[in-house]
Design a protein around this ligand. Structure first.
Ligand code: FMN
Length: 186
């Protein structure tokens, strides 16, 4: 089962792409949804806002319905997870939100259309811009300042490839476990 918490749609687009690839059911964190079946993988997509996850409380509640080995967390933000500092900050935030993770955290990059932002979010971005202008040597300052007030689209579905493989492995592992439980040699 896939659950996403997305404010402007990029996390939602990734969640639906993963559902298309895997055939898993997909829900918004606001939907009414069934509890995951025993050993069913649960993939949670959370979009990044000010270093935390959008609707973290709902996502945490969903995570509590399954065992850590079945839980796969995906974060969607604009910052590059290839930058060690960002990667570490996301890892730490995820651990704080959900506890230590059994499966690797998948970090994908989203999109932003400044024209579509709520007033509150636009103000936050304007404040963030002032901060960045004071620290222009930070790794992503140039990209941020260049794209400020424009449309940014960093969505890349290939960043789901590794997660798709992990889910396939999880499925095989489950099949093996079930076969062992049922006494089948395969
Ligand atoms: C107010 C605000 C704060 C944000 N904070 C972060 C952040 O801390 N880290 C990050 O990588 N991206 C941040 N972003 C970018 C969003 O995570 C990005 O646009 C993402 O694709 C949004 O996902 P959604 O469309 O699913 O809501 C922020 C965007 C806004 C508007």
């Amino acid at each position: 089962m896939i659950i996403y918490a997305s404010k402007y749609g990029s996390g939602r687009a990734y969640a639906h792409e993963l559902a298309r690839r895997t055939g898993m059911d997909v829900y918004s964190a606001d939907d009414k949804m069934p509890s995951p079946a025993e050993n069913e993988p649960l993939v949670l997509f959370g979009s990044l806002y000010a270093g935390g996850l959008y609707k973290a409380k709902k996502l945490r509640k969903a995570a509590s319905l399954t065992a850590p080995e079945n839980l796969f967390i995906v974060t969607c933000g604009l910052c590059s997870p290839k930058i060690e500092k960002n990667h570490q900050a996301i890892e730490e935030m995820v651990e704080k939100t959900f506890g230590a993770q059994h499966n690797p955290v998948c970090m994908v990059r989203g999109a932003m259309d400044y024209e579509a932002l709520s007033k509150k979010d636009a103000i936050m971005m304007a404040m963030f811009r002032k901060m960045v202008q004071k620290n222009p040597d930070e790794p992503e300052a140039e990209l941020f300042l260049e794209t400020y007030n424009r449309k940014v689209d960093l969505i890349d579905f290939s960043s789901l490839d590794e997660l798709e493989k992990q889910l396939e492995q999880h499925r095989k592992w489950n099949e093996q476990n079930n076969a062992n439980k049922n006494g089948s040699p395969h």
